[in-house]
Design a protein around this ligand. Sequence first.
Ligand code: SF4
Length: 349
Amino acid sequence: MITPKNKKYAFETGVYRPPNEGGSNSLLIRLTRNCPWNRCTFCGMYKTEKFQVRSVAEIKQDIDAMAAVRDDLAALSQRSGQGGAINHTAAMALIGKNPELNHHQGFAMLYHWLLSGGKTAFLQDANSLIMKADQLVEVLGYLRRTFPSIVRVTTYARSKSVVQKSLDDLKAIRRAGLNRLHVGLESGDDAVLNKIQKGATAEIHIKAGRKALAAGFQLSEYWMPGLGGKARWQDHAINTARVLSEIDPHYIRSRPFRSWPGTPLAQEMAEQTFEVLTPGEQLRELRLTVRELSVTGRVCFDHAGNFWKNSLGQLLFTHSYEGYQFPQEKQTVLDLIDEGLKAGRRSAR
Ligand code: SF4
């Protein structure tokens, strides 16, 4: 970990956050390090790292360090007659006085967040709801008071952790300022969930999703087209659509399966015990999932893994973070998929 020599500016930043939190230049606040579960067979994110919950005092120190950067940038801007506006000149002046900031792992993130208006924040790493509710409430209150410009705070959460929290605790966390949960559903098919060692069943996912909604959170669920392979693509599609329909979250986000080198699932592919779908087969599976979906939220393809093209060679789906409004745009999405399937058949001839 690279921290600046000037302790005043020392804070930690984790590696991962959802793409839309990058698009909105979210402030990244690290509450825990790595993943407390770390067993999903497709995932290589934190495999060699040990999980740790950071203390509230340590997290508050990080927030103070970020506030110090903000305040010193504003003071330098004021001194140079720019009215306290945080801009390139102020950043260069601060780096000039503290050259080690050039190597600070979070300075660029913080500076761009301030430049963009300081509106959204994301709590890292893989499952902030593993923290005790009162600690989470304390951190959220401190963050919101220190940076009053924040209008939205989001985090990753495991379904199991949501289920294990009481509804009252979830409501308290929501009231303290956590707005949205990003949950990795991956599949609604129990056989697939068991095989990939998700540590959750379809029932747990449904309970967690409904509980999160009852507590007042915005909910973003991620599913992984292709995760059932050739053996279970239909069950994966139908059961995932069923579970997502029973939850009816605000956002459903497609993250097509791609092999991650070094993971147990990549090993199964090498041993041919897991047969991956071709891109066309994955799109056919996606069609079945979308056809079966009965939801009122937004379905999004906001990741490069949704690479399918139409006959003009353009991306089939918008990669916008807001995607398509269901059910109004369900037919549009089905038509796009049909166009992609047709284009795939033509290029295969
Ligand atoms: S819970 Fe998330 S971060 Fe942890 S192993 Fe599973 S997919 Fe990876």
